[in-house]
Design a protein around this ligand. Sequence first.
Ligand code: SF4
Length: 158
Amino acid sequence: MELFAYSFRIDKNIVRHCFIKINNDLVIAKHIKVTPSSILLLLPHCIQLSVCNYRLSHNIDNCHRCGKCPIARILSFRDIYGFKVAVASGGTIARNIVSVTHPQCIIAVACERDLTSGIQDCFPIPVFGILNSRPKGPCIDTLVSLSYLESVIKLFCN
Ligand code: SF4
């Protein structure tokens, strides 16, 4: 698809958006309902406030829940629903987390490029992709719609 975009000089992210949308529609069509502990929520490290001093890559519970970035609310969702959640600082770490946690379903928050590659890397595990927003530009202090994220979590929880 990216070669197609390159050949016809279409913005790669438009093609990636389409891929993510089609993927998500296919995942929804499977009507997946699993125990919450079988759901893995993968977050990009850039969702953590860039000036926060706590290291979350090995343990997201190192967050002190000050509320200055989305991690605090996401942890409260985790406490309510019981899914697994981890911060991945790259594709290799994300793959390691997946191989250790053995999820039946993955919800991934990331940019177009990382979601597109992550969805393909995790096949055949279904991955629902949620695009982050980047008010300060790429890879720094990124955000995610928490209400939308919660609705997606509910969609897959049995
Ligand atoms: S909620 Fe506060 S303590 Fe937790 S990661 Fe964000 S800035 Fe750091």
